[in-house]
Design a protein around this ligand. Sequence first.
Ligand code: OTU
Length: 679
Amino acid sequence: HNPRQAIERPFHHRLLDLQFLTVPQPEPLRPPAGRISGFREIRPHLESNAMTTDQRLAIFERRFAAVGEFAVNALDQLYGELPDYPRWQKAILDAVEDSLNSRPDDLCSLDEEREKRQPDWHQSHEMIGYMCYADRFAGTLEGVAGRVDYLKSLGVRYLHLLSVLRKRQGGSDGGFAIADYFQTNPEVGTMDNLERLAKTLRANRISLCLDFVYNHVSDQHGWVKKAVAGDPYYRDFFFTFPDRQMPDRFEESLGEVFPSTQPGNFTYSKDGGFWVWTTFYPFQWDLNYRNPAVFLEMLKAMLFLANKGVEIFRMDAAAFAWKALGTDCLNLPQTHMLLQAFRWLLAIAAPATVLKAEAIVGARDVAKYFGLRENRGKECQLAYHNPLMAAMWNSLATGDVSKMADMLEAISDKPSGTSWVTYVRCHDDIGWSTLQDSADAGWGATKEELHFLSDFYAGEISGSFAKGRKFQVTDDEGFHGTNGTLASLAGLESASRDQQALAISRIQLLNATTFAFNGIPLIFMGEEIGLLNDYAYASDNPSKDGRWLHRPAMPWRDMAALQDVSTPQGTILANLTSLSAARKQLPVLHTENPLRIVDTGNRHLFGFLRSAPDSQFMFLGNYSDQNQKLDAELLVRFFGDMEVVDFLTGKPVNFANNLLRPYKFFWLVTKVEESKASG
Ligand code: OTU
């Protein structure tokens, strides 16, 4: 077997492609055919606003002329058949006008700035995200403001705060069961505190991201109370059924999100005397978006929060919003239309703001949340790269990157103006089933492979370095998800002293992959200091959701010790900080620049290329625990006779001895590129 031969053919065609790569230009928006009916004068604004009514009206008209068609088209498709549609359409556009009219001046300036000069702000190579629970990170919203310097030291440019809005009392699914979208969780502060925090963050060039839990509300929300009390108007905000007949029919084609602890998708409401749709916990009532009143009220909540300074809305459980009998109620066309309606109405009222899809679905479905085909680039500007995340963990366990490479290549066509959000861990489990795909995709994982991953990360396979726990496993499946922190899953918890370096290398390999991919890397609180699993999470409540295993509070008191570079934690932090600083010096990592998967000719070596018109960048990483040989020709093919340097160490790389140590990676650039960045 000649490895050279194996890489010869695919390389040639990729190389040819690469020669013709240029940065795609944003697609021009088609002007709308005509003004839609129902347009009315903007109402007078509050006196304190410096921008006049006339100016705001002009802005509304300009934006409406540019993108109104997209919003109206989405609404037409969702609600156009309803007899009172014109009235709903007018009410929705009125809400947008009202919102623009009361938008604070500083946010209006941000809108203009981003529209005119920085439409790609969310794609910048300088963007680095951090996500945390407001209370577990810093106690309160004011506390978060007090940690801005820490965030800046990590290079953070966007902050996703969890559990900020008023949540259900008692269990709240970590804040994902909301009782009021117009109020904050009093334990972390007031709406004024939130507005002030957003300002402080903005002044430090950090964009605030909040969850927009749009699929469901908690059973303590006002709408539920009215529905239960028998108000038919609010009953219609939910999917309610007098008996099990319809729920049973729906169940035939539905999956389950929490199969072992919350089986089924419907809950009986004793107070209401009906069955109600609850995809997640029984206290999370799914909203009925077939009812335009639901869309309108949720839009008002979104616009309200945008005017408080939220710049990124994380569209929670994005895939579930629309339901239809006989389907799995995931990724339905109307769900995409809903997201497009939110997107373009927001583009008129608060264009500094973007949507991030949290669609934990398979690779070919997830890319659709950017908008593909006739809606190319017209949906969410950001989307979690869940397939990359799960595939990296798969590659780390098996030492084999081939399925990951094939999968990523299959979905590498990302629309202009969009970014992935790349991450290694988050507050949820690692869901394995999204690695499956239809049989015609050679890269789909088999059930056996998923069983293996679930066992491996629970530390049940001999030789496994991981210390995690299975999540929501049922007797028949056995592979739902895995809980655990990055450090514990990567082997730091189980490592003997002389294995620690290897565990740290795994963490760095995963970080280095996500920081160079065509997305915004997102750090989950505590992973920067290698926090281990929090086994005490269930001490107050043994039935507490298993995901709390990887949600330890920030140990500020021990911070000085954790930052000591002679410890594993200090090493992880120092290296992540360097990675972040390095990324910011490499404009080629701007997410508009294309990504191509490199066929390394070695199934243990993962490689991808990022290319800008005037520069090339190559990631190479060894996902196995063995030394790996690299074909030296590889570099010659991509970089010609230019001198190649590892940007992270500044050392020249020539692969004369052709070996990559276990988990070793490179960020390769040409010598010229390196001096440009450092100069
Ligand atoms: C999201 O999660 C949130 O991230 C979870 O924390 C919430 O529990 C859930 O929505 C309900 O609000 O639906 O589209 O396996 O990965 O529930 C993906 C658990 C989701 C999560 C899944 C997920």
